[in-house]
Design a protein around this ligand. Structure first.
Ligand code: DGY
Length: 332
């Protein structure tokens, strides 16, 4: 019997390719990224797709009549039009768990860097300014992270990993907001549930970790920055679309809040002239929350197993919750 054809749009380690080649015909484009036009032209013969940024919508599904599974090499799956996938019976998978601690580490890197002004002072030292009046003095004082209050907006698995570090490592007081109470985080880390408004008013560090959905789009706007403390540090390691960037820029420029640490933007890659990049109190990164060699390897292996298991139905796979019923279940 012919093996199912699968299109892989992410670079994979050999071991992950081997998993796929054992049971499928692996197609890799000669040039990556593939234009949308080329993708729509060639996808008709493909039964499985591995990506993390291609928009899976009616247009693509119309062109991909054989498609049965999209395996996202990421935990987020905001590129899935879940309604359209549900309608066509196309399952979608993702890579939860393996990146939780890695992303939580990065959240702390951003918190520490923004609060203690690490990039700003690093640049001064490298420019030979150490010893000049002001360098490292009162004008450059930062904010303490230890024993401060952290407010986690969206207490999922990554939120819990952040709460663990905050509570057990830094002695922080943990607040969180979200759709539901999290008894495990409350018990283990003393996390206290707040409304979003209360959290914004009480937290020294506001960390956005909610997924991007129609409900969370643009959830942090001018009125929300208006509620934060002037000493607050704002961190976004989730998706840029959750935040009104103009409002964030105004809040930082007017010193309505102290600083921000950003791993994500509304449009990525962010352009050099983006107003947020000109601010000294912004610490920024190119969406690298999960980007360590070990974690990216594990994500690739999980995505390869999900892809093959989705087609062959021979192993447990991580179907996104909204589409699990299509397969009558699946791993969490
Ligand atoms: C994820 O896994 O969702 C990370 O943000 C990378 O896209």
């Amino acid at each position: 019997m012919a093996m199912p054809k699968v299109l892989v749009l992410k670079p994979l380690p050999e071991e992950a390719k081997r998993i796929i080649r054992e049971r499928c015909e692996l197609i890799e484009p000669q040039a990556n990224p593939v234009s949308r036009e080329k993708l729509l032209e060639g996808i008709w013969e493909v039964e499985g797709l591995l990506t993390n940024d291609v928009r899976i919508d009616s247009e693509l599904l119309n062109a991909a009549s054989k498609l049965r599974i999209v395996s996202n090499q990421s935990v987020g799956y905001d590129n899935f039009d879940l309604g359209a996938m549900r309608e066509r019976g196309v399952i979608g998978t993702h890579t939860p768990f393996v990146l939780d601690d890695t992303v939580a580490d990065l959240v702390f890197a951003l918190m520490l860097a923004a609060a203690r002004r690490v990039p700003e002072l690093d640049a001064q030292v490298k420019q030979g300014k150490w010893g000049e009046p002001g360098c490292g003095g009162e004008a450059h004082y930062g904010m303490d992270v230890h024993h401060a209050t952290i407010g986690i907006v969206g207490m999922g698995r990554i939120g819990e990993a952040v709460a663990r570090r905050a509570s057990l490592g830094f002695g922080m007081n943990v607040l969180y907001s979200g759709r539901s109470r999290k008894p495990v985080a409350e018990q283990a880390f003393g996390a206290q549930f707040r409304t979003l408004e209360q959290l914004l008013e009480q937290a020294d560090f506001v960390v956005v970790l909610a997924p991007f959905t129609p409900e969370t789009a643009n959830m942090i706007r001018a009125e929300h920055f208006g509620r934060m403390k002037p000493s607050a540090v704002f961190i976004n390691a989730s998706r840029g679309q959750l935040v009104d960037e103009e409002a964030l820029e105004a809040a930082l420029r007017n010193r309505q809040i102290f600083a921000a640490g950003l791993d994500v933007y509304q449009r990525e890659p962010v352009k050099a002239g983006h107003p947020l990049l000109s601010l000294p109190n912004v610490v920024t990164l190119p969406h690298i929350g999960s980007a360590t060699a070990k974690t990216r390897y594990e994500m690739a292996m999980t995505a390869a197993n999900n892809l093959v298991g989705g087609l062959l139905n021979d192993r447990p796979i991580h179907i996104v919750p909204e589409l699990r019923h299509l397969r009558g279940g699946g791993l969490e």
